[in-house]
Design a protein around this ligand. Structure first.
Ligand code: MTE
Ligand code: MO
Length: 242
């Protein structure tokens, strides 16, 4: 079974995702769910974690987030030991603590979360610091063209073009659903890329590195689109949903 394989119902089962499904690589997406989710994170929905097809997420009572991690365990970080480094092709590299990030102006957005496999969580509030603010503070150099994101799970990565990264609807998020982001959802800090499928929203964010070129992220190395606009990527050409 393959969690990142699209449910057949969505009607867009072509190309790369069929390729993924054939290899079974998408099963990595829920590799850790049975151990990490048990007990402590009931709000995620016990039904959905047992449904690798992704279909329960489309049902009224099965809606909600799925837990995803490509690693089997992730260290916990909090205000005492969390650090976010901003570096690469910048004039002023900087390391932020959680309190540093909390002290910056916060932006709140309420949009639908959309996983590429089909599950969706409507009108989910996210709150945090605009990525563009951190980039401006760092002073992006003229030869830069992209931004790479790394995570303290030690495995996941993501990337955006610099133009994408400067959009106002991309946050270094500290809060989700009007609560501090918990460990399971990638807390204390995750990326939130509102206009793109949720795999762009890297959990457990620890590094922002300005680079010359886009380096495809974890799932993108496995075939997903780097430009992951909701409704306009990964074999879908329906109208944008947000
Ligand atoms: N570090 C990390 N970030 C990640 C992932 C992951 O496995 N590791 N999975 C991505 C995918 S495919 C999805 S759908 C969302 C899931 O977020 P959630 O666990 O908060 O529902 O996180 C994204 N960010
Ligand atoms: Mo996903």
């Amino acid at each position: 079974m393959n969690s990142e394989q699209p449910p057949g119902k969505r009607g867009a089962p072509v190309g790369r995702r069929v390729f993924l499904g054939t290899l079974g690589l998408g099963a990595l997406g829920v590799y850790a769910a049975p151990t990490l989710q048990r007990g402590t994170e009931a709000f995620l929905g016990s039904a959905s974690q047992l449904d690798p097809s992704g279909l329960t997420g489309l049902l009224p009572n099965g809606g909600g987030f799925r837990y995803y991690s490509v690693t089997s365990s992730v260290p916990r970080k909090d205000a005492t030991n969390y650090r976010l480094t901003v570096g690469g092709l910048v004039e002023r590299p900087k390391t932020y603590t959680l309190d540093d990030l909390r002290a910056l102006p916060q932006t709140r957005m309420v949009k639908d979360v959309q996983c590429v496999t089909g599950w969706r969580v409507p009108e989910t509030p996210f709150e945090g610091v605009r990525l563009s603010r951190l980039l401006d503070a760092a002073g992006v150099r003229a030869d830069a063209g992209a931004v790479r994101f790394t995570c303290f799970d030690g495995a996941y990565s993501e990337s955006l073009t610099l133009d994408q990264a400067r959009r106002s609807d991309i946050l270094v998020a500290l809060r989700m659903q009007d609560e501090d982001i918990g460990h399971t959802h990638g807390g204390p800090v995750r990326l939130y890329v509102a206009p793109m499928y949720f795999y762009k929203s890297a959990k457990w964010l620890s590094g922002i590195t300005v680079t010359r070129d886009v380096q495809p992220g974890y799932w993108e190395d496995l075939g997903y689109d780097v430009d992951a606009w909701v409704g306009r990527s990964n074999g879908r050409d329906d109208a944008p949903t947000s």
